[in-house]
Design a binder for this molecule. Structure first.
Ligand code: GDP
Length: 138
């Protein structure tokens, strides 16, 4: 069991000024912030980040959305981080997400769903490295 995951507050939530509220939800759930930055992703960087989805029909839309404004990647630590954070954010589609989850509270649609969360320990390590060098992490 790994204790790291990567969260991203996506451009829709940044546009809606929800950064503070979402970080509060995350820290209240017991996660520790190990690294945090605000970045406007380039197309190349977004494409690389979502490489695993490149065969999916929404890949180009996803890249367009993720480059539509700044986002806030956050490296998080907690016991059972990947599973606990995915529980905190809820299902991909906010209409299917449980009450009280971040996506239920703050997301508008399956595409513009406020936050990202790593889906495995292996991907968490890769995704954190996409945004943070070792010196950026406490
Ligand atoms: P996640 O692990 O819950 O983020 O969901 P997925 O790995 O299935 O999808 C990755 C991201 O692609 C989602 O968080 C959405 O932002 C986006 N996405 C998923 N399904 C769709 C879709 O049908 N259309 C569009 N435009 N974007 C989607």
């Amino acid at each position: 069991m790994s204790n790291k995951t990567l969260a991203i507050i996506k451009p829709d939530a940044v546009r809606k000024n929800l950064v503070g509220q979402i970080i509060t939800k995350i820290t209240e759930a017991g996660f520790t912030i190990k690294g945090l930055r605000m970045i406007h992703l380039s197309t190349d960087s977004a494409k690389a980040f979502y490489e695993v989805h490149k065969e999916r029909p929404f890949y180009n839309e996803l890249v367009e959305f993720m480059t539509s404004g700044p986002c806030v990647p956050i490296a998080l630590e907690k016991e059972n981080a990947v599973a606990d954070y995915r529980k905190l954010i809820g299902a991909t589609d906010p209409a299917q997400a449980e009450e009280g989850t971040i996506r239920k509270l703050y997301a508008d649609s399956k595409a513009e769903n406020a936050v990202h969360g790593s889906d495995s320990d292996e991907n968490a390590i890769i995704e954190i490295a996409h945004f943070f060098s070792r010196n950026d992490l406490v």
